[in-house]
Write a protein that binds this ligand. Structure first.
Ligand code: ATP
Length: 289
């Protein structure tokens, strides 16, 4: 079996060395053919595609957080090559939602030994941007922007940006158009979720990553005190079960906002937008779970 590992050496608090060692050790005990591609943060799609062509792997593994997983996944759409995850990011939302072990040894068991392959949906925004786990507009997207721009690491920097983002957030009025009709809503943040659970384990719907649907969750109110408390213990603070009670489940939607708002997809800040077209691409990838 040939396994192509796409590794983001910059993900999380980088435990890339531990992961690389675990892969080498496993290949000694339980031989398999493997190759690494290291991401650079630019031209990675091209690099991955070149290696897919040249190496013809039987399995591909994303080693990183949600951003790396999305990068790898979007290059496997329609290719029918199973995708595994070695979660090494600071935010491993989809891996957590899919109960992928965070320990590299155990995650390698899933990749090399398990036969279970789950057809998994992806989302596409404005016919252009892929999403594997979660996108949102408003407060959290501003937090993603300021945290990354400041280059801060760790919880203290995060808490500082969290407070500032909540303080700066303004209410958005927006329309959601789906096959069921158009509804008007207002909130400080709107999340677009592929998975049925957020990274912290909070259930947001009865749906799944394989149901051909996604969820639009309106956050009407953000409570600073509980957000700060949660922010000191978890990287994704906006995942309080009470925050996500106003949910629409659909296959496609158009969102029109009354002004330009911050937008992030899988932890990447993508700028300010005032409209979004979202569709689910059913069974876009084959995930090893
Ligand atoms: N070699 C590299 N050096 C610096 N940045 C990189 C490199 N490779 C990928 N990246 C960047 O890493 C980001 C994706 O990181 P990912 O989401 O997988 O992990 P993460 O730990 O959750 O990320 P973050 O710490 O940014 O939240 C992308 O912004 C990508 O451009």
């Amino acid at each position: 079996m040939k396994v192509l590992f796409i590794m983001n050496p910059n993900a999380g608090r980088s435990n890339a060395d531990k992961t690389i060692l675990a892969i080498h050790n496993r290949a000694i005990v339980d031989p398999f053919d493997f190759k690494f591609v290291y991401t650079r943060g630019e031209d990675d799609d091209e690099r991955i595609n070149t290696q897919l062509e040249a190496y013809q792997p039987d399995r591909v593994v994303a080693c990183g957080g949600d951003g790396t997983l999305q990068l790898v996944a979007r290059n496997l759409v329609g290719k029918n090559i199973p995708l595994g995850i070695l979660p090494t990011g600071s935010a491993n939302g989809l891996a957590t939602a899919m109960s992928i072990p965070s320990d590299p040894e155990e995650a390698l068991d899933v990749i090399l030994k398990r036969k279970k392959i789950k057809p998994t949906d992806m989302l596409k925004f404005n016919d252009e941007h892929w999403c594997i786990h979660l996108s949102d507009i408003g407060t959290n997207a501003l937090l993603v922007k300021s945290y990354h721009e400041a280059g801060d690491k760790g919880m203290i920097g995060y808490a500082k940006h969290l407070m500032a983002s909540i303080n700066q957030s303004e209410l958005m009025n927006y329309k959601v158009k789906t096959a069921e009709g158009t509804v008007e809503k207002s909130g400080f943040m709107v999340a677009f979720a592929n998975a049925h659970k957020y990274g912290t384990g909070v259930q947001i719907s009865e749906g799944s990553v394989s149901d051909g649907r996604f969820e639009i969750s309106n956050v009407q109110k953000i409570d600073l005190e509980s957000a700060i408390k949660a922010g000191l213990t978890a990287l994704n603070v906006f995942i309080d079960k009470d925050m996500f009670s106003d949910v629409i489940s659909c296959e496609a939607a158009e969102i029109e906002i009354d002004r330009k708002v911050h937008w992030q997809v899988d932890g990447e800040y993508l700028g300010e937008i005032d409209r979004l077209k979202i569709e689910v691409i059913p069974s876009a990838i084959q995930l090893l779970v």
